[in-house]
Ligand binder design. Structure first.
Ligand code: F6R
Length: 369
C-alpha cells in the first residue's frame, strides 16, 4: 500500500502533482470562471462579507497565513489568520458579515472545531477547507470546499498542505469573482498559471537528489534556521515545523526582515540557514532585500541553503547550496518552494534513524484540546 516507497510520506510527497491537479479539477470552466458548487453560501452573502478570518492549526495554519496574502491582494477584504487554539479564548470580534474559513486535513481537529463552533455562535458563516469527506468540521460548517489530496497517512502533512493552498487560492479568486473586485486580466492570468502548476510541482520533484544528499550531510547538526519574506515567510515556518516533527531538531522560521531585530544573534560558523527567495520579477524590492539578508548571514559564517527561481542569478555568489525552483507568480510560489523543504526534512529524519511516518509524541488527528 506504500506503492513501492519506503514510507507513506515519500509516497505522499510524490503524489502532490496529482493532488494539486485533482483539487483544481472541474472548478474552473472553459470560459475561465470559477464554480464552486460545494460552497453553499449565497453570492449576495459573499458580497456582504467585510472580514475574513482563517482558523487552523499547525501546517493548515501555515496554509492560512499564505491565503491571507492572496485574499487581501485579490479581493481587498481584510483577512486575519489565527491559531484555532488561541481564537475563541480572546473574545474575537465576529458578526454576520464575517466569513470564517476553517482549514483542516482531518476535519476532526478539536481546536479548529471549537473555533468554528464559536464563530457560528456569533452568527458568522463558516467555510471549511477539508480533506476528509463527511468529517465533523465540514458537517458543522455552512459550506465546504474539499481538497482532493486522497488519504494522507503519514503524520506529517505534505500533499494536504499543497491542496489546502490550492483551495485557498480558489476561494480567494471566487470571492474576487462574486464581488467583482480586481476581476480581470490579473485573475485570468492566475487561473492560467494555476492550471500549469501541477506540472511545475512535478518538475521540482524530479530534481530533488541534491536536496537529499545535502540533508544527509547535515544529519549531525543541532539547529537549522529558515528565512523567508512575504509568502516565503509561512513557507519558512512550514519548513521549520517539518524539520522539528520529523528530525527532532531545533528549527525555527523567521521573517527575513526580522533578522536584524534579534535572530541574527543566533548566526554562527557553519549554521545551516535555509532562505526562501521570492521571485526577482514582480516584487523585486523584496527580492533585493532578501539577497542582502543572505549576504549578511553569510558574512557571519552561516552555511546558506538558498531556494531560488531558475534564472535568478543575483543569489548565486552567496549560496553555499542552491536549490532551483521553477519561476511562478509570487503568490503561487509556496506550491513549488515547500516541496524541497518536505524532502529535506524527510531525508534528514531518515538519516537520523527516525520513524518518518510516525514521529514520536504526535498523532495524525488531534481530537483533544
Ligand atoms: C504537521 C501536521 C499538523 C497538522 C495539524 C492540523 O505536519 O500534520 O501540524 O497540520 O495538527 O491538522 P488538521 O489539518 O487535520 O486539522
Amino acid at each position: 500500500e506504500k506503492g513501492g516507497y519506503d514510507y507513506f510520506m515519500l509516497k505522499e510527497i510524490a503524489e502532490q502533482p496529482k493532488a494539486v491537479a485533482d483539487t483544481l479539477l472541474g472548478r474552473i470552466d472553459a470560459a475561465g470562471s470559477l464554480t464552486l458548487d460545494e460552497v453553499r453560501i449565497s453570492a449576495s452573502e459573499l458580497r456582504e462579507v467585510d472580514k475574513v478570518v482563517i482558523v487552523a492549526c499547525g501546517t493548515a495554519f501555515h496554509a492560512g497565513l499564505i491565503a491571507k496574502y492572496a485574499i487581501e491582494h485579490w479581493t481587498r477584504i481584510p483577512c486575519e489568520v489565527e491559531l484555532a487554539s488561541e481564537f475563541r479564548y480572546r473574545d474575537p470580534i465576529l458578526g454576520p458579515r464575517s466569513l470564517v474559513i476553517a482549514i483542516s486535513q482531518s476535519g476532526e481537529t478539536m481546536d479548529t472545531l471549537m473555533a468554528l463552533r464559536h464563530a457560528r455562535e456569533q452568527g458568522s458563516k463558516v467555510l471549511a477547507i477539508c480533506n476528509t469527506n463527511g468529517s465533523t468540521i465540514p458537517r458543522e460548517s455552512d459550506a465546504v470546499l474539499y481538497t482532493h489530496a486522497g488519504p494522507e497517512v503519514a503524520v506529517a502533512s505534505t500533499k494536504a498542505f499543497l491542496t489546502q493552498l490550492v483551495a485557498c487560492y480558489l476561494v480567494a479568486l471566487y470571492l474576487g469573482q462574486v464581488r467583482g473586485t480586481k476581476w480581470g486580466d490579473e485573475i485570468s492570468a492566475v487561473i492560467r498559471d494555476l492550471s500549469h502548476i501541477s506540472g511545475e510541482v512535478e518538475r521540482v520533484l524530479e530534481t530533488m537528489e541534491p536536496v537529499r544528499a545535502l540533508a544527509r550531510s547535515l544529519a549531525g547538526k543541532n539547529t537549522v534556521l529558515f528565512l523567508g519574506r512575504h509568502v516565503g515567510y509561512p513557507v519558512a515556518l512550514e519548513g521549520a515545523l517539518k524539520l522539528k516533527e520529523l528530525a527532532y531538531m531545533h528549527a525555527e522560521g523567521f521573517a527575513a526582515g526580522e533578522l536584524k531585530h534579534g535572530p541574527i544573534a543566533l548566526i554562527e560558523e557553519d549554521l545551516p540557514v535555509v532562505v526562501v527567495v521570492p521571485s526577482p520579477r514582480g516584487r523585486s524590492v523584496i527580492h533585493d532585500k532578501i539577497v542582502s539578508n543572505i549576504q549578511e548571514i553569510r558574512a557571519r559564517g552561516a552555511r546558506t541553503i538558498v531556494i531560488a527561481e531558475e534564472g535568478d542569478e543575483a543569489v548565486v555568489p552567496y549560496a553555499d547550496h542552491l536549490i532551483r525552483i521553477p519561476a511562478t507568480p509570487t503568490l503561487l510560489q509556496p506550491l513549488v518552494a515547500t516541496v524541497p523543504l518536505q524532502v529535506f526534512a524527510c531525508e534528514l529524519a531518515t538519516a537520523r534513524g527516525n520513524e518518518v511516518d510516525q514521529p514520536r509524541n504526535l498523532a495524525k488527528s488531534v481530537t483533544v484540546e
